[in-house]
Write a protein that binds this ligand. Structure first.
Ligand code: BJW
Length: 239
């Protein structure tokens, strides 16, 4: 197998499913009982911040208790044992990559344990509840703190770095994402355009699978460790 030098792993909710966290678009998914328009858009937050805060305060408790699974741990092994620069671009707001010991993690859709002040723009740690009375520790303004989660209609985070990583990677892995939310859904296209080999790990075919050279079907907690083992084995054996 070719030896890769710059690897990007894009992850979505499916990589955390085996840690007990709901995905978004499955039956009984995360937004079950909630309309996306009520909890996941910037307009919804401006219209009814208390409702959105309640939703994410509850979700935060569940997410902070979750533990990484074999797929997250396989990335740690990959980063330790394979001689490439390996970056993780995650759409997930959970912290399971960090809990598993992954490095070079970029949270393009934010982090559940942070809040951002809509008055001064400062991002701060927020592992407890936030609400419409929360005071910004930076500027002191009350009631302008938003969970640091990128809602529909907001710009993604770390995009300059992400763009650089996508243009320079020679291997692109997409793990557990349905590929329906942009711009993340188009990352594979950028990576492929710049010459990367592309792999998709999912339970089922996805709508943007045209750009993937390889499809590895099954639970990421099984398929990703097997892939990593094979990459490390072929490196050692020179196959
Ligand atoms: C397993 C598994 C196992 C299960 N093993 N696999 C271009 C075209 C059309 C629209 C747009 C466009 N560009 C921008 C847009 C608008 C919009 C968008 O994409 N809309 C589409 C839905 C049509 N995008 C935006 O607004 C983005 N901002 C932006 O582009 O800014 C510039 C701009 C602004 C204004 C106008 C125009 C441009 C922001 C997107 C933010 C997304 N935020 C959310 C979080 C909401 C809050 C919350 O947490 O509740 O991020 S939405 C939600 O979806 C969340 C996720 O990160 C994201 C992706 O979901 P993901 O991770 O793929 O989960 P699922 O559930 O969809 O899929 C799970 C997969 O796992 C499935 O395939 C399973 O099979 C698989 N799986 N178990 C392996 N064990």
């Amino acid at each position: 197998m070719k030896i890769f030098k710059n690897i990007v792993i894009l992850t979505g909710a499916g990589i955390s499913a085996e840690s007990g966290l709901s995905t978004f678009r499955s039956e009984n998914g995360l937004w079950n009982n909630h309309r996306v328009e009520d909890v996941a858009t910037i307009e919804a937050f401006k219209r009814n911040p208390a409702y959105v805060h309640d939703f994410y305060n509850d979700l935060k408790k569940e997410i902070l208790q979750a533990k990484p699974n074999a797929a997250h741990l396989a990335i740690t092994q990959f980063q330790k044992e394979y001689p490439a620069e390996i970056a993780v671009i995650t759409q997930n707001v959970d912290l399971l990559h960090e809990k598993a010991g992954n490095s070079n993690v970029y949270h393009i859709h934010g982090q559940i344990d942070q809040a951002v002040c809509l008055n001064c723009g400062q991002t701060v740690g927020a592992s407890g509840d936030i609400d419409t009375e929360t005071v910004c520790p930076n500027c002191g303004v009350i009631g302008m703190m938003k969970p640091n989660i990128v809602f529909f209609g907001e710009n993604l985070l770390c995009m300059d770095k992400v763009d650089e990583l996508l243009r320079r990677c020679d291997l692109f892995l997409s793990v557990g994402t349905s590929g329906v939310v942009f711009p993340a859904a188009a990352f594979v296209q950028t990576a492929k355009y710049h010459g990367a080999a592309t792999y998709e790990f999912n339970m089922e075919p996805t709508s943007n699978n045209f750009y993937f050279d390889h499809h590895i079907m099954g639970p990421a907690g099984t398929t990703l460790p097997a892939f990593v083992e094979e990459m490390i084995r072929s490196l050692k054996s020179g196959d």
